[in-house]
Design a binder for this molecule. Structure first.
Ligand code: ATP
Ligand code: MG
Length: 439
């Protein structure tokens, strides 16, 4: 038997309702904030990621699914969403005056990284992300953070914390890199193997390490915040003051650096303390990137965005006992008792669907009892039973499952206005009764 590849998941129908609920909530928020969806290809040229995410990052050096296609091109399955969106932004000249500026985009889709699979860490995983292009205003940083914050609030996730930091501009980062190297070098032997390797090409990544050996050295390490120039400092202060104006709680955390090379100025992570996702406590991370559009051959435009891991988010919601709505109840269930009623059942179920109702029928000639069971499982609101008698008389009896009330109608009644029939038969009259009784 052929099985799914390691690090991939089948998302089964019983779980898909949860995914759709979260995605729909995100889409509604994006509409409110005027972010528009963009869909980019699942594979891109290898160079796109090497030049943007950075050759020295784990993503490019270790985790990328890259390969040669039959035409000899070097490709990569996208490991993240920002670089493809930036490429599309440049290639389609979305910076032009005919497009809204700043340009606000979002994406929802699969990313691919060759990692060691564990809870909340897969090889194909799904992200929701946003990017804003062409605004240096700290209010843009805060708009994006506020959007993510509102999203988590509406999902009912408590205990989520916003960690905020600034990486400053390039010169500050360069000075800080050197300071980090100077700090870690005397402790070289105490570093983890990964960090020994990273120290000279990407010392910021040492701060990101989850290894206890590295962690022990972190408290005394220099802080990027001491290296910011005046412009960066002012930007960072403005971001904080705007967050305060919106009563969005945050903490400055100079140990977060983000994994990708292109970040500058404000960066942030939404962090949750939760065993289920273990060390993977970051559900959403992002920040400002200032040189990326130019580096990829576009105009001088800054970006600000985030990426949010769907698998981790869903794990977390489950862990926190947050129930997401499942599928909607069925409006009309058609029980079909004999082959003779097959035609009538087909007409009734299709008439219901044509009227915009959610409807299902039996196809398997099961017993009355098991068909009623199915109707109940589907949370059906009206059930109609069809057999030889109904075929002969043309009179159909609908049972309201909530109160047991039965109403007999003809097929003509249904074809004329099934939606009206449904509303009438399922109307909750208890409120009206109570009103007239003066309760
Ligand atoms: P980590 O440090 O946990 O590896 P990261 O810094 O590599 O995370 P990002 O590149 O910032 O993660 O991606 C944004 C979000 O995407 C993460 O916060 C996480 O929720 C999710 N994510 C990243 N890699 C994976 C993966 N392999 N499987 C599932 N979700 C992932
Ligand atoms: Mg990672």
């Amino acid at each position: 038997m052929i099985q799914k590849m390691k690090g991939t998941e089948d998302i089964l129908p019983k779980d898909v309702a949860r995914w759709q609920f979260v995605e729909d909530l995100a889409r509604d928020l994006f509409d409110q904030y005027l972010f528009r969806e963009i869909r980019t290809p699942l594979f891109e040229s290898y160079d796109l990621f090497a030049r943007s995410v950075g050759n020295t990052t784990d993503i490019v050096s270790k985790e990328m699914y890259d390969f040669e296609d039959k035409g000899g091109r070097r490709l990569a399955l996208r490991p993240e969403g920002t670089a493809p969106v930036v490429r599309a932004y440049i290639e389609n000249k979305l910076f032009g005056p005919e497009h809204p500026q700043p340009l606000k985009l979002y994406y929802i889709g699969s990313m691919f990284r060759y990692e060691r699979p564990q809870a909340g860490r897969q090889r194909q995983f799904n992200q929701i992300g946003v990017e804003v292009f062409g605004s240096d205003n700290p209010a843009t940083d805060v708009e994006v953070i506020a959007l993510a914050w509102q999203f988590f609030q509406e999902l009912g996730l408590r205990g989520i914390q916003i960690h905020l930091n600034s990486l400053g501009e390039k010169t500050a980062r360069q000075a800080y890199r050197q300071a980090l190297i100077d700090y870690f070098e005397p402790h070289f032997d105490e570093l983890s193997e990964d960090s020994k390797r990273r120290l000279h090409d990407n010392p910021l990544r040492v701060l990101d390490s989850k290894d206890p050996k590295d962690q022990a050295l972190l408290p005394q390490a220099p802080s990027i915040l001491d290296y910011l120039n005046e412009t960066s400092q002012k930007h960072f202060e403005e971001v904080q003051s705007l967050l305060q104006a919106l009563n969005i709680p945050y903490q400055v955390d100079d140990r977060i650096v983000r994994g990708l090379d292109y970040y500058q100025e404000t960066i942030f992570e939404f962090i949750v303390e939760n065993q289920a996702i273990g060390a993977q406590s970051t559900v959403c991370g992002g920040g400002r990137y200032s040189g990326l559009v130019e580096d990829l051959g576009g105009p001088q435009k800054s970006g600000f965005g985030f990426g949010l891991g769907m698998e981790r988010l869903l794990l977390l919601l489950e862990e926190e006992g947050i129930d997401l709505p499942g599928y909607e109840p069925v409006d009309v269930y058609v029980i079909c008792l004999e082959q003779a009623a097959n035609r009538l059942a087909t007409q009734v179920v299709q008439a219901a669907r044509g009227a915009g109702l959610i409807a299902e029928r039996d196809y398997l000639n099961r017993s009355l009892k098991s068909q009623f069971k199915t109707a109940a499982k589907l949370d059906s609101r009206l059930v109609v039973t069809l057999g030889e008698k109904e075929v002969a008389s043309g009179q159909l009896t609908f049972k309201n499952q909530a109160n047991g009330q039965e109403t007999t109608l003809s097929l003509e009644d249904l074809l004329e206005d099934f939606a009206g029939v449904f509303r009438r038969l399922t109307m909750d009259t208890s409120v009206i009764d109570a009103f007239f009784k003066g309760e």
